[in-house]
Design a protein around this ligand. Sequence first.
Ligand code: PEP
Ligand code: MG
Length: 596
Amino acid sequence: MTAERHMTRLSGEKIVEGIGLGKVFFIDKDFSLIPHLTLRGGQKAREKEKRRFMNAVKKCEKELTAIMEERELPKEALSILEAHRMMLVDPTLTGGIGDAILEKGINAEWAVLSVFEEMAERLAGSGADYYLKAKAADLEVIKDKLLISLLGGMGHASYIKDLPEEDFILCAHSLTLSDLSSLAKNKHIRGIALEVPGGVSHLTIVLRSIGLPAVLGLDGLLTEVAGCEEIVVDGLSGEAVVCPTMTQKIAYIQKKKVYDEYFERFLTDVGDPAISQDGARMHIGANIEGEEEVELSKRYGAEFIGLFRTELMFLEKEEIPTEDDHYAVYYEMLHRAHPMEVTIRVFDFGGDKEGRIHATGAMGLRGIRFCFLYPDVFLPQVRGLIRAASLGNLSILLPFVSAVDEIREFKAILKEQAKDLKLEKNLKHIKVGAMIELPAALFIAEMLAREVDFFSIGTNDLVQYLMAVERQDKALSQYFSHFHPAVLRALYNLSHIAKKYKIGLSVCGEMGGDPYFTLLFMGMGITSLSMSPIAIPIVKKIVRSGYLEEGKALLNRMLMTTSEMELREILEREMEERYPNIFRKAWIDNIRKNGD
Ligand code: PEP
Ligand code: MG
């Protein structure tokens, strides 16, 4: 009965389709309500408060040691936890907080906040290099741990240890990419609900590669789930139902069954190539974030790995990855993927994927620019790639290209390093490609085409920079649109240029896996798309049941539209009418009715 009283439906953004039901498991990282108290009771009270703080330190240390001892954690995770443990017991830190309590007569939480704030400021002012971010992130973790312990609550610090042993939905304000990756491996997790907006952030990209039902942008989620036992994540409607009633639960179980059956249908022939009814071939690849996703990609019908985002793999690493670290990962990836072709993109730090190696946000120092500026980070990667290339089928992709010189400089580095490694013979196995994701690259595409073996169109950034709207900005999401006539024209031009210069071309941004665009891509003469593995089965189905000729006709119609709204309306209508069994608005509405 309690459940009925509290039932709340929250609306957000659908990020990954599917239905997940389970216990609420929430990570509360909002410390905005931390009490700031001046202690009464003189010296005695101050000393008592200091003891409370020292007990919290001991508790956190014990917790960390227990995690390190009890869990089978990868080497990297262990070294991060050990570094955190050492920082936690560092006498400069604990002493500073203890002194603040004694001298200022403030409560421990306040002292923790103020000492950490000072440290963060000192760090920011020290002009430290790109490791600044790493240190700041570590401080945040320790601060959170101490606060949670002092406040006596359950939170971030304990969640890895205390994950439920039954189906659960992970609810949080936000998650780091590394937290997300480790949580997603739990066998009881059934869905993810977050307060942060999604857009085309890297969080959403990683969520797609995980494939669990996910809804983001759920305002007020944490307030609503507090005190509730269960939640439903509806990745089809983009909703979360907190404290569902028994009737709703039954309806959602039914909806899940119907959806799972619907999706299963596309899996029956995923292994077959995507060839249209009139014989046009579309090559479909997978975008992945780690070598362990190769199997999943094959299962979903990938014919090649079109984008391996290396930076996501090394985001949380304490040390700069060595040449051997790189080699081990790339060797494993090429080995597992064989005989598929694999496109490995060099580090694209910056934007919203900064982690421990720090670049400067969306503008300026990103991608290949960052790589050139920090050879100590980049050269080990280049050398690892050259060594792994002996296995064959390797393409190297350069992100954030804005000038022909960048390609030339990269090729010179490649040659020089191969010579140094005495592995020049491996170069003949390597193709070099440019991401086309900046407006500058669009306008010099003909010049770039003369220098590279292939283009890979990064629509996520291309739309961001063409439309001047941050890709994860929810408030301005109407401007971040794949349906804008400028985007259509950009892609169409690029397909002409690639054909003219006889180089490969693939669309690897999220747009590539959007089934509404598949026929249009065919019409443009694009023959290769790369996408999250879960998107592959449906896109393949569209190619197989479509005709190249209708793609061309559709393209001609779309080229005549003059606004985003018009293009969107016509394209959505046409595709939904053409493929009623795939675009299931009516189908979803039907189940929805049952679900309410
Ligand atoms: C893109 O920008 O479209 C892309 C594929 O790269 P990323 O999303 O990693 O920036
Ligand atoms: Mg990009």
